[in-house]
Design a binder for this molecule. Sequence first.
Ligand SMILES: NC(=O)c1ccc[n+]([C@@H]2O[C@H](COP(=O)([O-])OP(=O)(O)OC[C@H]3O[C@@H](n4cnc5c(N)ncnc54)[C@H](OP(=O)(O)O)[C@@H]3O)[C@@H](O)[C@H]2O)c1
Length: 303
Amino acid sequence: MTQTVLLAGATGMLGGRIARRLLDRPDARVRLLVRGGDSGKRAALDPLLARGAEIIEGDLADRASLDRATLGVAVIFSAVQGRPDVIVDGQVALAEIGRRNGVRRILPSDFALDLFEATPGEHAMFDLRRAADEKIAATGIEHVHVLQGALMEMFGPGMGTFDHEAGTVAFWGDGTRPIEVTGVEDTARMAARVALDRTVRNGKFAVAGDRISILGAADVVEARTGRRFERRPLGSEADLRAAIAEAREDASDPFKAVMLAYRLYMLTGQTALSGLQDDRYPDLELENFAAFAARALPRRAAA
Ligand SMILES: NC(=O)c1ccc[n+]([C@@H]2O[C@H](COP(=O)([O-])OP(=O)(O)OC[C@H]3O[C@@H](n4cnc5c(N)ncnc54)[C@H](OP(=O)(O)O)[C@@H]3O)[C@@H](O)[C@H]2O)c1
């Protein structure tokens, strides 16, 4: 039976991919909540419109637009990014108004390690999402939290772990703690599938393409690229906690403390995923890190 899915965040990195994956599904009718303004971003939506997506102009801060957007919708999907006004107020408004209009389920913009296991006050992004998720659950709407760990692409150039130009890999602790990682396309494919699956239960839906440590990932990257990456230990857990405390004092870069908090949970394993549902759909096989590296990184030069 066809279900209408409203997606917020289709102009974003993950949301655009989710929109494409939803459009791949024969059982979905896709509606996009898109903010007005930037014509460049709008142009990027043209291929989605050509495949049958419908646009509703609106904003999570504009309740009237959420009312219009959620009429006739079965599932709301959020892939937004932002500050508390978006992640908490906006997503909660979307859930409340959707619920009033008969929407069955919402998938909030979680897409992380197990943010429900984080210690309050330690990770600002996880705190926001947990605050939103608690309020969303209180509305009585069905809620499914897709958790896929770190995106494998975060190990790519420019993301702070591997420096592909300098040939270094940096890590806190000893670099041997495995963390859950999933490719961004697999995340979108799995999330689109879960959104439409009426048998998925309320609560967390965790998947992982792989469980790999930073040093394990370094071995894979080296085997693929034929390049040696110098291992750069950055310090102990205590050093990392001190760096986080210092970063919180530095108003010039509020994101720095958040990035370090991600590292903290990668180091301690506190927010590791459990109850993985990787095999739920036999036709949907998740790529492991070696396959990702083989696809995404330049091949080792022939000797
Ligand atoms: N685990 C990981 O490694 C990992 C990595 C990356 C992202 N993520 C998660 O994935 C999710 C999506 O992140 P992303 O990087 O794809 O975000 P992004 O590229 O920054 O896109 C954010 C989207 O939210 C929309 N948006 C923001 N405020 C809005 C509002 N008031 N009303 C309607 N739409 C609004 C933006 O629309 P405009 O185009 O109009 O601004 C855009 O489409 C987040 O939860 C993020 O934490 C996880």
